[in-house]
Design a protein around this ligand. Structure first.
Ligand code: COA
Length: 256
């Protein structure tokens, strides 16, 4: 386990908190493994009625740790990131997310697998994959167009620009926008209310809501990963990661 993932169970709500604020909650292999384990344990623990995903005031998460992308690119079906993705996508109970600060990369795509999302007005969302020479992951290429339409999904993924909570709400990505300081309390209040609902009725309703796209979502996670993994080692991504480490803008002008 890692001190960068904290869990706390109270009143039927398991809070899983990403806790590496000095690195903007960038997710390492160890953090993905700890997340996957905590989520799988929560699935089988009857005391857990609802999962609450939370981060830090300045960062829900800034996405995959870019140094990790360079050192240990996820290439296999059982890599920690894919274990995490499947654990959350298959989690049978309600998932509430409390989002403040940065929600970049997987910080935004994991929200597509939460059920209720409460975000601070200062949240910075971003699908920066193309900017990094890679492609979207976590079924975003299926879920985003389905959720908001092709034009908006193209805008968010092809430009890869940051966008704010107002736009996230307009595009249907979040349920409510709140003052940053109020996000956790509101998310917890909603999670506790869900924890008091009939648990089997909640599970069946969630399952049915996701049932119709389920096999495509699982397929998309796998097919995107088949592109994403090899792209991490291609020159476009190497240029982008090197630029990040050197704190400069990437130069893609030489690529065809
Ligand atoms: N991977 C690795 N390290 C990261 C990181 C990431 N995804 N996001 C932030 N960090 C690190 C920074 O390198 C910095 O480390 P340092 O203090 O050792 O230099 C620290 O976290 C603080 O971040 P910093 O860049 O100084 O904060 P900022 O407020 O100036 O900028 C971001 C924040 C998010 C704009 C910037 O960190 C960034 O672009 N991160 C990468 C985000 C990204 O592309 N993620 C997608 C992965 S798919």
């Amino acid at each position: 386990m890692t001190e960068h993932i904290k869990t706390e169970l109270a009143q039927g709500v398991l809070t899983i908190r990403m806790n590496r604020e000095d690195k903007k909650n960038a997710l390492t292999q160890a953090m993905y493994s700890a997340l996957a384990l905590a989520i799988d344990n929560a699935a089988s623990n009857p005391e857990v009625r609802v999962l609450l995903l939370a981060g830090a005031p300045t960062a829900f998460t800034s996405g995959n740790d870019i140094q990790d992308f360079i050192k240990v690119p996820p290439m296999s079906e059982d890599s920690p990131v894919l274990l995490f993705m499947r654990a959350l996508a298959l989690f049978p109970k309600p998932v509430v997310a409390a989002v403040t600060g940065l929600a970049i990369g997987v910080g935004s795509t994991m929200l597509l697998h939460a059920d209720l999302i409460y975000a601070g007005e200062g949240t910075r969302f971003q699908f920066p994959f193309v900017n990094l020479g890679i492609c979207p992951e976590y079924a975003a290429t299926y879920l985003l167009p389905r959720m908001m339409g092709h034009a908006r999904a193209s805008e968010l993924t092809l430009f890869g620009e940051p966008f704010n909570a107002k736009k996230a709400q307009e595009y249907g990505l979040i349920n409510e926008m709140l003052a940053d300081a109020d996000v956790e309390a509101r998310a917890l209040e909603r999670a506790r209310k869900l924890a008091g609902q009939a648990p089997n009725a909640l599970r069946v309703t969630k399952k049915l809501l996701k049932r119709w796209g389920h096999s495509t979502v699982m397929d998309a996670i796998r097919v995107e990963a088949e592109h994403f993994g090899p792209m991490l080692k291609e020159p476009e991504a190497i240029e982008a990661f090197t630029a990040f480490v050197q704190k400069r803008k990437p130069d893609f002008s030489k690529f065809k």
